[in-house]
Design a protein around this ligand. Sequence first.
Ligand code: GDP
Length: 386
Amino acid sequence: MESDESFDSVGPLLTPSTNYVGFATLPDQVHRKSVKKGFEFTLMVVGESGLGKSTLVNSLFLTDLYSDKAIPSAEERINKTVDIERSSVDIEECGVKLRLTVVDTPGFGDQLNGLNSWQPIVKYVDDQFNQYYRDESGLNRKNIIDNRIHCCLYFISPYGHGLRPIDVQFMKALHKKVNIVPVIAKADCLTKTEVKILKSKIIDEIEEHDITIYQFPEGESDDEEFKQQNLELKISAENDKTEPGMGSIPFAVIGSNTTIDVNGKKVRGRLYPWGITEVENPAHCDFGMLRNMLIRTHMQDLKEVTGDVHYENYRLQCIKSDNATPVKRTGRMKRESVIIEENNEKDRMLLEKEEELKKMQEMLKKMQAQMDQQNQNQNRSTTGIV
Ligand code: GDP
């Protein structure tokens, strides 16, 4: 009976019969809170003008983020430097809100010698890290606006024979700062065999230049869809070594903002005199794969890698620790293998804490001695001993 009483005093959630404390609702609570707050995602698109960046972004998110887009003349483009343009849109689906910010980089690669086009983009990415760093160290940490770039879609021209010098320069300058997902633009300009050849050339060149593009995470996950897509992407990547095909990085994409009637079904596609290319048909291009990865399965991972790896590297540089080793994602995507060596910083903090503890212990001793003294004085006065 004694035990029943003690359970009653804890409350109805904890009973001997159910052994149920209640924390199993934690995922629901987190989910409810996150849904209420909404999600944020910042996508950067980089590539020569005319490669179909705006069309693809609009097709991906079914929005019109570029309604007031002005196309500069050739003369304007020659003299223009790279601009950074941000536009945000709130998207709601089944009660879940997503604030999508697209950072466009018009002017990239437009100048006659566009090899330094990456510089303003690097500056922009660093500025966002810096702002976040300052906000994080400030007083109002609860309301930080996260403008860091979570993913960069890099558009590669379908007309070349692989990467151009500007592509290599850009990726080399940014691969340690953002998650780069390369895409082959306007894939409808290429035959199936040409797509394969171009993909394998790009993969070889990325390896040759030691460029780290976004890697798919390894390890266990409870999310079946996430696991399935990871598996598909990995299988495609493995196959790519011998025979690159549809559904693998670099995704070969087609964009379109118009729907066409195909056998009584409305599909998003491009209508040509000789036929139709369907944007969402996996036999035609990798648009579906890219959209699934970006929105349905890997958005959270892209955000985590941004925070845990790229931002952490930036933060370490700011901390100016001599022994700080940059955070790496070694091998193909091992979150567990992210190593942060802040030993000196940790040791310093531990020493400080020890010092503080010592001081507090001394203070406590003094206070105890004072109290003992007071008690003795009181006892003497009550017993009349002087
Ligand atoms: P941006 O300057 O990179 O943003 O390019 P736009 O999205 O404005 O597209 C430039 C032109 O390419 C437009 O005429 C589009 O209709 C066309 N376009 C866009 N995506 C594709 C595509 O996947 N295939 C083909 N063939 N043309 C495309």
